[in-house]
Design a protein around this ligand. Structure first.
Ligand SMILES: Nc1ncnc2c1ncn2[C@@H]1O[C@H](COP(=O)(O)OP(=O)(O)OP(=O)(O)O)[C@@H](O)[C@H]1O
Ligand SMILES: [Mg+2]
Length: 253
């Protein structure tokens, strides 16, 4: 099962001081699929996403045991370059956070810092990222207008484009549609569907309907434990564990 996996999480435990937030997680994640991690509040979804690109390193007093492999290399190995890791594994949070600058500069900011300053090349990178995030057609005539004037749904796609401009391999999304209206939510979901051809996507959905609509596979989290994982149709229609069944049928929330 773990053969061909992009990511393998092995015997992974995570602690905020004395609070254990993840309990012995074992999970392989395949490329070119959308994997959704779903479960009630405080079940550990955000902690797992942040562990995957080591954003948790920034939180004082945390520690972990076990491993997370990306293409076979442990991301917690002391030789891993964190900047490089976070380029390979990008993360998008619930609230869109465009920088107070133009649409163009929001996307060009990262590539400019690290790679290229050539205007032609930047034009290409910006267009490609905006096309991939399904935003190009809506903004191509106002690239130099402020990103803060975009709608919430457009801002969230801009944030996805900003990550794509860094050419990641894995996209982590933590409730990316939680503040959005249904039309914007649909456009983000359609965008994710297109993106999975080229990326490995891990999504904490903002509700279980979204998990069942967009994902290929799903893992149910409860109190830091991965209760079960499998193809979406199985998890939502024939779960093996009573706790998953109670959650997907709405017996608790
Ligand atoms: N910075 C922190 N310091 C201490 N404890 C934390 C911190 N962040 C999260 N926790 C604890 O870790 C556990 C898992 O939280 P986490 O945010 O990962 O859950 P979640 O599934 O993302 O929840 P939600 O659905 O509310 O976003 C909870 O018990 C939470 O209180
Ligand atoms: Mg969360």
């Amino acid at each position: 099962m773990s053969q061909g996996s992009k990511i393998v999480i092995k015997d992974f435990n995570f602690y905020y001081g004395a609070v254990q937030a993840l309990r012995n997680i074992n999970l392989p994640i395949q490329p070119n699929q959308i994997f959704t991690i779903f479960g009630p509040a405080r079940s550990g979804k955000t902690t797992l996403l942040k562990s995957l690109n080591r954003l948790t390193d920034l939180i004082f007093g945390t520690n972990h045991t076990g491993s997370i492999f990306l293409d076979g290399t442990d991301i917690y190995d002391s030789k891993v370059d964190l900047t490089h890791l976070r380029r390979r594994i990008g993360i998008v949070f619930d609230l869109p956070t465009p920088l107070p600058m133009s649409i163009f500069d929001n996307i060009a900011y990262g590539p400019k810092l690290s790679r290229t300053n050539r205007r032609n090349r930047l034009n290409e990178i910006v267009e490609k990222a905006l096309r991939s995030a399904a935003l190009w057609e809506e903004v191509k005539d106002r690239l130099h207008g402020s990103a803060l004037r975009l709608s919430g749904g457009q801002q969230q796609r801009l944030c996805i484009a900003r990550i794509l401009a860094l050419e990641p391999e894995v996209l982590l999304l933590d409730e990316p549609c939680s503040g959005l209206d249904p039309i914007s939510t649909t456009s983000i979901e359609e965008t994710l569907f297109q993106l999975k051809k080229d990326y490995t996507i891990i999504l904490a959905p903002h509700n279980i309907q979204q998990a069942s609509r967009v994902a290929d596979r799903a893992g149910f989290f409860l109190n830091g434990e991965l209760v079960e994982e499998g193809p979406v149709y199985q998890i939502f229609t024939k779960p093996r564990d009573k706790r998953t069944e109670d959650y997907v049928t709405g017996k608790f929330g």
